[in-house]
Ligand binder design. Structure first.
Ligand SMILES: Nc1ncnc2c1ncn2[C@@H]1O[C@H](COP(=O)(O)OP(=O)(O)O)[C@@H](O)[C@H]1O
Ligand SMILES: [Mg+2]
Length: 260
């Protein structure tokens, strides 16, 4: 197993009230090398928290987060992250943005800019790029570090539908070509259906794993095929059930019984 969360609960404490909020409750997730795992679920169910635990930005309150069988103690170039907002340095050129985070050569940065179709924009500044192009730079930046796993948190959520589809297909191509493992958070069932080799549905209040589907259909996938239509219906139904929960439960102490 490449990455695992074992019996993970995550409580965020409000520093003002001292109260805890259970963001994840007893989540066990195993990410297999080479898979394209999509995480879906209603807003606030803990998708980003799950990804941040794998990235090493957050740590479990209870349980263990591990990468290649070793506890995750900090962020690492082995685990590349792409957020919804590309967070590029506005004063640097595209090439400098990729080279900087690489702490490496421009040659290598250029290779990845070429891969995402942006070599002509290497000397441009981020404000000269469209939203989709900025997100491509963020992907090039993550890939250039040659990570084992790419953790993507709603990477195309703020883009228009057409650009999103295009970038979805590009990520799919890169995943196939580079042999990476991808964990991709999205709230779009359509996106998960088109991309994932596995789709995991999380439910809210508190966040936990609800259900999962393995999808072994080849690409490009036809969303109108009977099999995809059936899968989509199942996922919509699952998501509806998961979305009924109210806001995340609050607890008074950290070492509470997390079986809320
Ligand atoms: N740093 C934080 N401090 C306090 N609460 C947080 C923090 N990060 C997330 N939360 C809370 O944890 C829950 C899960 O959040 P998140 O993982 O961002 O959900 P999602 O990505 O599925 O929308 C939410 O109730 C959110 O408000
Ligand atoms: Mg989120």
């Amino acid at each position: 197993m490449l990455a695992t969360l074992r019996g993970v609960s995550k409580v965020f404490t409000n520093p003002r009230t001292g109260k805890g909020l259970v963001a994840l409750n007893d989540v066990t997730l195993e990410v297999e090398r080479g898979e394209f795992l999509c995480l879906i679920g209603p807003s606030g169910c803990g998708k980003s928290t799950t990804l941040n635990l794998l990235a090493g930005f957050e740590f479990p309150t209870v349980g263990e987060a591990a990468f290649k069988e070793a506890p995750i103690k900090a962020p690492s170039p082995e685990r590349g992250v792409v957020f919804q907002e590309p967070s590029l340095f506005p004063w640097m050129t595209v090439l400098q943005n990729v080279t900087f985070s690489l702490r490496g050569t421009e040659d290598r940065a250029m290779r990845y800019l070429e891969m995402v179709g942006l070599s002509d924009f290497a000397q441009a500044r981020p404000n000269e790029l469209s939203g989709g192009m900025k997100q491509r730079v963020a992907i090039a930046r993550a890939l250039a570090m040659d990570p084992d796993i790419l953790l993507m948190d709603e990477p195309f959520g703020s883009l228009d539908e057409q650009t999103r589809r295009k970038l979805d297909n590009e990520v799919l191509d890169l995943w196939k070509k580079e042999g990476k493992t991808v964990v991709f958070v999205t709230h779009s069932i359509d996106e998960a259906l088109i991309l994932g080799t596995r789709v995991v549905l999380m439910s809210a209040s508190p966040g936990r794993i609800n259900k999962e589907w393995k999808i072994d259909a080849p690409w490009p996938r036809d969303p109108s095929s009977p099999r995809m239509v059936k899968l989509k219906e199942e996922m919509i139904r699952g998501l509806q059930v998961c979305s009924c929960a109210k806001s995340a439960p609050q607890v008074s102490f950290i070492n509470v019984d997390l079986e809320v």
